[in-house]
Design a protein. Structure first.
Ligand SMILES: *[C@@H]1O[C@H](CO)[C@@H](O)[C@H](O)[C@H]1NC(C)=O
Ligand SMILES: *[C@@H]1O[C@H](CO)[C@@H](O)[C@H](O)[C@H]1NC(C)=O
Ligand SMILES: *[C@@H]1O[C@H](CO)[C@@H](O)[C@H](O)[C@H]1NC(C)=O
Ligand SMILES: *[C@@H]1O[C@H](CO)[C@@H](O)[C@H](O)[C@H]1NC(C)=O
Ligand SMILES: *[C@@H]1O[C@H](CO)[C@@H](O)[C@H](O)[C@H]1NC(C)=O
Ligand SMILES: *[C@@H]1O[C@H](CO)[C@@H](O)[C@H](O)[C@H]1NC(C)=O
Ligand SMILES: *[C@@H]1O[C@H](CO)[C@@H](O)[C@H](O)[C@H]1NC(C)=O
Ligand SMILES: *[C@@H]1O[C@H](CO)[C@@H](O)[C@H](O)[C@H]1NC(C)=O
Ligand SMILES: *[C@@H]1O[C@H](CO)[C@@H](O)[C@H](O)[C@H]1NC(C)=O
Ligand SMILES: *[C@@H]1O[C@H](CO)[C@@H](O)[C@H](O)[C@H]1NC(C)=O
Ligand SMILES: *[C@@H]1O[C@H](CO)[C@@H](O)[C@H](O)[C@H]1NC(C)=O
Length: 609
């Protein structure tokens, strides 16, 4: 019974997808078999990729799609300029980490796992055929994501796209075949044209792929001893003339990139530019406009940060491993962040995959007391990992402090101080960096507290996705994400303002951003604080943290912060205050507090100004 149902379901799925699929399905639709007794379990390889779609005509968006940095594509592809736009149908080599994965008891298939976040209108078929240019198939996507229902995808859901690849066997390696390039067979191709294009031979291609008719859209593995050099069009010069003419609100991401063959620490810069008017109109965005600005910023960025390498201490892997007892679970702070002592000093050590490099190096460009400081880094080429080493903050995250610890509840003065600190940090990244930086993941988890309860903003890990992400990836945390970003993917400093408003609500109410029923705190506030202002004070008493009520702190001060929070949470981003306004308004709240408490100025109050 159960099996019949499953078969019916599969049939329906197939019918659904076949409507739009061509009759030329590759014969190895679910992937290409691998055998661990013949090949390594993983290898570095490349896929030949043709930049086609209108959203793919720059290295940054292709890098984002495949989770690699621009230099990692530029180098093997013989491209010298990271910022020049690509021409339609430009050829690229995309680096892949190919692994052999077991799908059931009898079969293992090899692919590179690429994370993709679903956006509106996506289906497995469309993403495979249009974005990944048939380097995978929807059947294979279904196979490696068995828990997902292909006809019921939700926006923001993470899906693994298995990019077909193969690792050379031991015999092939002995015969100087170092890579099997993944190439999608085109209607105009035949084996001998592919052989001459990649500097391979017809015989060796047949040997790897079998002596059979290869159909268009099927992946062919081209054995080569070294990557062929691609001929690229001359880079298009980017005009710098209008760089200073317009104020743009830009999103920039700086990433640590680890080159394929060694230590290449490079800055990934990318951004989206929008005029203020875009917020008002939302529709009818002019793509070309944004594109040209993107390039300008990339150019200036590369110039600004070329000296980043020598600012930091380079740690050895052994040092970090020793500091954390070999990255033992006991030392985990959160996720892949470990606490470790090096020469007696505690550090927070964040471990990343070599192709993740997403953690942003924004911190090396900005330097502010309310941003967590990066102390150094480490690259482990053997394990293909990269580590960022940060200052360690004793009092953990604001989230833990507010929602998970029963001891030592934060009083209103401390909470206000934390709000001012975070506002100062955000104001700094929004106003004093060019192009502007948007954090994109402001939440109590990413606000850390030092011994003096001063707050610092951490985790710029998502800011990178901001680069190309206008429609590609929805990132962020439920309960903090601004509605316009969720619906339209619009990135601006005002989305950080929104998230900051949610943090203020947490500070006032002591409650989590999303309650156990999945309802966002800000939605509740929209419902309860929409009427006349004079009712707000009454509602506020019901909303406030009991700890604060008992403390009998100044209700005016709390109400002032509540009004700021409500303003931050305005549905229309253009109506939200800027961080500059917020810092000013919060300091006023601080004054209100001290007018009443009358116990003099604390050191932190002085610092907050
Ligand atoms: C593709 O599938 C055919 C059988 O359908 C098999 O003979 C061939 O070896 C497969 N190719 C690869 C590269 O796995
Ligand atoms: C894997 O390779 C070994 C030795 O080369 C062979 O004995 C075995 O049958 C292969 N397994 C599969 C599933 O092809
Ligand atoms: C398939 O993968 C499993 C685990 O990954 C491994 O134990 C097994 O030997 C593999 N089989 C083949 C034929 O490679
Ligand atoms: C790019 O390639 C596609 C298909 O191969 C073709 O239809 C299109 O005309 C090409 N575009 C350019 C600008 O060469
Ligand atoms: C395992 O998966 C492969 C590829 O999808 C399929 O051809 C094969 O029939 C499956 N075997 C079993 C026992 O399910
Ligand atoms: C891909 O997504 C999964 C699940 O969301 C996550 O655990 C994994 O770390 C991601 N991998 C990369 C390389 O980002
Ligand atoms: C991928 O294959 C489908 C048919 O299977 C075809 O319609 C589509 O144009 C192909 N995409 C590319 C980029 O070649
Ligand atoms: C689709 O997914 C949502 C949440 O992921 C679930 O609530 C809903 O029941 C699903 N619908 C179907 C038809 O499976
Ligand atoms: C492929 O098979 C055809 C006939 O089936 C044969 O004539 C040809 O020589 C074979 N090619 C190779 C390289 O084995
Ligand atoms: C690779 O790029 C360089 C510089 O752009 C160029 O001189 C060279 O001809 C290119 N190689 C090939 C094979 O086109
Ligand atoms: C591009 O700009 C550089 C200097 O900015 C100049 O030397 C070069 O000739 C320009 N190239 C083209 C094709 O305009």
């Amino acid at each position: 019974m159960k099996i019949t149902l499953q078969i019916c379901f599969l049939l329906i799925l197939h019918l659904f997808f076949h409507i739009s699929s061509s009759q030329f399905l590759p014969s190895n639709t679910t992937g290409y078999a691998c055998n661990l007794s013949q090949t390594a379990s993983s290898c570095q390889t490349y896929a030949f990729f043709t930049a086609m779609g209108p959203n793919q005509l720059d290295l940054a968006s292709i890098g984002d799609l495949f989770s690699v940095s621009r230099p990692m594509i530029a180098k093997p592809s013989n491209i010298t300029s990271l910022t020049s736009p690509l021409v339609p149908n430009q050829s690229l080599f995309i680096p892949l980490t190919c692994t052999c994965n077991s799908v059931n008891t009898t079969t293992n298939i090899s692919y590179a796992k690429i994370n993709y976040t679903i956006k509106g209108g996506d289906t497995f078929y469309l993403v495979s055929t249009t974005l990944f240019n048939n380097l995978t198939t929807y059947q294979s996507v279904e196979l490696v994501n068995p828990t997902l229902v292909p006809i019921n995808l939700t926006i923001g859901q993470d899906v693994i796209f298995p990019i077909f690849c193969k690792c050379p066997t031991k015999t092939q390696l002995q015969n100087q075949i170092n890579y099997l390039i993944s190439y999608v067979f085109q209607p105009s191709d035949d084996i001998s044209s592919i052989a001459s294009r990649f500097g391979s031979t017809t015989e060796s291609i047949v040997e790897v792929n079998g002596n059979r008719t290869i159909r268009p859209t099927e992946t062919v593995f081209v054995p080569v001893s070294k990557l062929p050099e691609l001929t690229q069009p001359a880079p298009i010069n980017v005009s710098n003339s209008q760089r200073t003419t317009e104020r743009t609100s830009a999103v920039i991401g700086l990433g640590v990139g680890l080159g394929v063959c060694g230590l290449v620490l490079i800055l990934m810069g990318c951004f989206l530019a929008y005029r203020e008017s875009v917020w008002k109109k939302r529709v009818g965005r002019k793509k070309d406009d944004g594109e040209s600005k993107k390039n300008e910023a990339g150019v200036s960025l590369m110039a600004d940060v070329s000296d980043c390498l020598d600012k930091y201490k380079v740690f050895r892997v052994e040092e970090l491993s020793e500091a954390t007892d070999g990255f033992d679970d006991r030392w985990v702070i959160q996720g892949s962040v470990f606490k470790g002592y090096i020469h007696g000093k505690p550090y927070a050590i964040k471990k990343m995959k070599w192709n993740a490099y997403e953690e942003l190096k924004i911190l090396q460009k900005v330097n502010h007391g309310n941003l967590v400081m990066l102390e150094g880094f480490c690259i482990d080429s053997e394990d293909a990992s990269c580590y960022l080493v940060y200052e360690y903050l004793e009092n953990g995250s604001l989230y833990t402090r507010l929602h998970e610890s029963n001891v030592d509840m934060l009083n209103w003065r401390t909470r206000l101080g934390i709000a001012v600190d975070v506002a100062n940090g955000l104001q700094y990244i929004h106003e004093h960096t060019r192009p502007r930086v948007v954090h994109k993941d402001v939440k109590s988890n990413n606000i850390l507290l030092d011994t003096n309860m001063r707050a610092k903003i951490a985790n710029f890990g998502l800011a990178k996705s901001g680069c190309n992400a206008i429609t590609m990836h929805i990132v962020g945390t439920q309960g903090y994400i601004a509605p316009e970003y969720l619906s339209d993917g619009i990135v601006s400093t005002k989305m950080d303002v929104f998230s900051f408003g949610v943090v203020l609500l947490e500070l006032i109410s002591g409650r989590e951003a999303v309650n156990i029923d999945g309802k966002a705190l800000w939605v509740e506030v929209h419902e309860n604080f929409n009427g006349k202002e004079d009712k707000h004070i009454h509602n506020l008493k019901g909303f406030m943290d009991d700890v604060l009520l008992k403390e009998s702190c100044s209700i005016d001060s709390v109400m002032n912060v509540m009004s700021i929070a409500i303003a931050c949470l305005h549905r229309d981003p253009s109506k939200r205050p800027s961080m500059v306004d917020i810092v000013y308004a919060l300091c006023k709240s601080d004054d209100l507090f001290f007018d009443i408490s009358q116990d003099g100025l604390s050191p932190r109050q002085v610092l907050a100004r």
